[in-house]
Design a protein around this ligand. Structure first.
Ligand SMILES: [Ca+2]
Ligand SMILES: [Ca+2]
Length: 249
């Protein structure tokens, strides 16, 4: 009898433990979610010397439209969801064999800065990993490049970046951003790169934003394709339809 009650108690403990585990790992209930509107998005301003690819929560959301010069700002709407994993491949323009540019006459330098409308900014809390660098030792007479493979799944939410170093901050004077930088909001953001802003040519960055820095509460719209949103045939659809302007006489 004692043995039976011990086994029964054990079964209850196991059942409770597995239900707690299930509660932790199963996605949150997706009832009553509405369709997001443009008001749910935040603005992302991104400037790279010279180009970048930006991933948020494992999805590619922006690619720099100009890979070399002129230096440009990419400004896009993004739909945030927290914790928000930001992953960036930043690329300083360089010949893949020499690490130099302008017909091997110049080493050049990099630089990356980002600000989101929720207050997310780049700084030394970001993680950084150099992937390609050169000319090795700054040797411009016999220039060569070294590189390591881009880690698998480096842009995903679950990737372990604990072995990566922290990014290094660089001053505006050091990076010398061009005119478009001053036409966009980067207040509070810092230029970042890996340890050598001249020689490191391809750098990966990662940062996890656990809660919105501006402390605004925002709905989580992840998994919308598996959800029937509230009033799918209601005002939502009509409100997204542009109004026709009256016919001109
Ligand atoms: Ca660019
Ligand atoms: Ca450059």
């Amino acid at each position: 009898m004692i043995r039976f009650s011990f086994i029964a108690t054990l079964s209850v403990i196991v059942a409770l433990a597995s239900s707690a585990l299930f509660a932790q790992t199963s996605p949150p209930a997706r009832t009553g979610i509405r369709k997001p509107t443009i008001a749910d998005t935040i603005h992302a301003n991104v400037y790279a010397d010279n180009s970048f690819k930006l991933y948020i929560n494992g999805e590619l959301v922006a690619v720099d439209s100009i890979t070399f010069v002129p230096h440009n700002v990419v400004s896009v709407d993004i739909l945030p969801a927290y914790p928000m994993t930001i992953a960036v491949m930043a690329i300083d323009n360089a010949d893949p064999k020499t690490g130099m540019e302008y017909a091997n006459t110049n080493i050049g330098d990099g630089g990356f800065i980002l600000k989101f409308g929720d207050g997310t900014v780049t700084n030394a809390t970001w993680k950084a990993k150099k992937i390609s660098w050169g000319p090795v030792d700054g040797d411009t007479k016999n220039p060569r490049v070294e590189r390591i493979p881009v880690p698998d799944n480096w842009f995903t939410v679950g990737f372990d970046d604990s072995s990566w170093s922290h990014a290094r901050e660089y001053t505006e004077e050091k990076v010398g951003p061009k005119e478009p930088f001053y036409q966009h909001d980067f207040k509070g953001a810092k230029f970042i790169w890996s340890d050598d802003v001249k020689l490191d040519n391809v750098v990966l960055f990662r940062n996890v934003v656990n809660t919105p820095p501006d402390r605004k509460s925002r709905p989580d719209f992840r998994g919308l394709t598996d959800t029937v949103p509230v009033s799918p045939r209601g005002g939502d659809r009509n409100s997204q339809r542009p109004r026709r302007s009256p016919e001109k006489p």
